[in-house]
Design a protein around this ligand. Structure first.
Ligand code: PRT
Ligand code: ZN
Length: 300
């Protein structure tokens, strides 16, 4: 049995938009988890890996301070923390290693519907409500505009109605919340999604090997998410046209068909989704007996 120090700790959001996706992803990497009574830690049953369930805002700090080896958190939180630490003259001791393709959103500036916005210069001498003060400050500095940021820890959208700010700078996903509050998006500061961050502290050989293994499995899980295994029959003469139509596939396997000289069976892993249009185009190129299967696991 490993000592607690030899176990990998991964910081994951306790309750929120990223929680289910994060846990599901790790379970798909083969990790079996037992919930503890207090539910602040999920213990790995079959691997020396535990999940610490915390507020998302705390995750970059926990990884930077080496309390956790890895963390899964939105890029918006990571960048805000990194800029915050840097503004205090402290480097962020974590590095971003994976984009996870969930938790998509953008940090945007928005102003009241119908107000006059003529580009970033319209922000000069205005008040902007946000909980992302560092990202906002960094943006204003980059575009050379001076504006006052007004800190709101939540419900930022209400600030213009309260007369506390001219603009807001907050996360947007569908845009529904902005519309419901009579606001319109004018600039995008950052495109965000959930990412994996890793501590920069040395882990030791044993732990590093385990982190590498988990990351390799993560890579496999992420790759198969869109991947499909496609099988079809085709005239040998159409081989090169068909190969060009297979989305995101490398070298397909081509096999002779029993009793047929001019037809072959083609099998390929497509690393992009296979849409109906693709199948129709393949059929038009002479393919028949088309079959598309999901890919469950992949190890390059
Ligand atoms: O308790 P804890 O601090 O852990 O949770 P939290 O309330 O701070 O975070 P949570 O669960 O709301 O969001 C976690 C992460 O999800 C964020 O840091 C982002 O990386 C990501 N994410 C993705 C979002 C959104 N989409 C999102 N739409 N985070 C927040 N929103 C909010 C936004 O702030 C606004 O109020 O949703 C509203 C806008 O949504 P639309 O769809 O109406 O545009
Ligand atoms: Zn939060």
């Amino acid at each position: 049995m490993e000592t607690p120090e030899q176990r990998i700790k991964i910081a994951v959001q306790k309750t929120g938009r990223l929680t289910d996706h994060s846990i599901d992803l790790l379970e798909r990497c083969g990790l079996k988890l037992t919930r503890s009574k207090d539910q602040l830690i999920l213990y790995g049953e079959n691997m020396p890996i535990d999940l610490l369930l915390v507020r998302d805002d705390d995750i970059p700090g926990l990884v930077s301070e080496d309390v956790c080896d890895l963390g899964i958190v939105g890029l918006n939180i990571v960048e805000e923390k990194r800029l915050g630490l840097e503004s205090e003259g402290r480097p962020a001791l974590f590095r971003q290693i994976y984009e996870l393709d969930f938790g998509h959103c953008r940090l945007s500036l928005a102003g009241p519907d119908g107000h006059q916005y003529e580009g970033p210069e319209s922000l000069e001498n205005t008040k902007i409500a946000t909980s992302y003060v560092h990202l906002l400050r960094n943006y204003l500095k980059t575009i050379g505009v001076s504006a006052e940021s007004v800190y709101f820890s939540g419900a930022v959208e209400i600030a213009p109605k309260l007369g506390r700010a001219d603009y807001i700078c907050d996360l947007v996903s569908t845009g529904g919340t902005l519309a419901a509050n009579g606001l319109e998006e004018v600039e995008v500061l950052l495109d965000s999604e959930a990412v994996v961050i890793q501590t920069q502290a040395p882990l030791g050989d044993q732990k590093q090997a385990l982190v590498d293994k988990i990351l390799q499995r993560l890579d496999g899980v992420l790759q198969v998410r869109e991947s499909k295994y496609i099988m079809l029959h085709a005239p040998r003469a159409a081989l090169s046209e068909i190969r060009d139509l297979l989305p995101g596939s490398e070298a397909p396997t081509v096999m002779p068909l029993d009793g047929s000289d001019d037809k072959v069976a083609i099998h390929a892993v497509c690393r992009e989704n296979v849409f109906w249009e693709t199948l129709e185009n393949l059929k038009a190129a002479g393919a028949s007996s088309l079959l598309v299967l999901p890919v469950e696991k992949m190890l390059a």
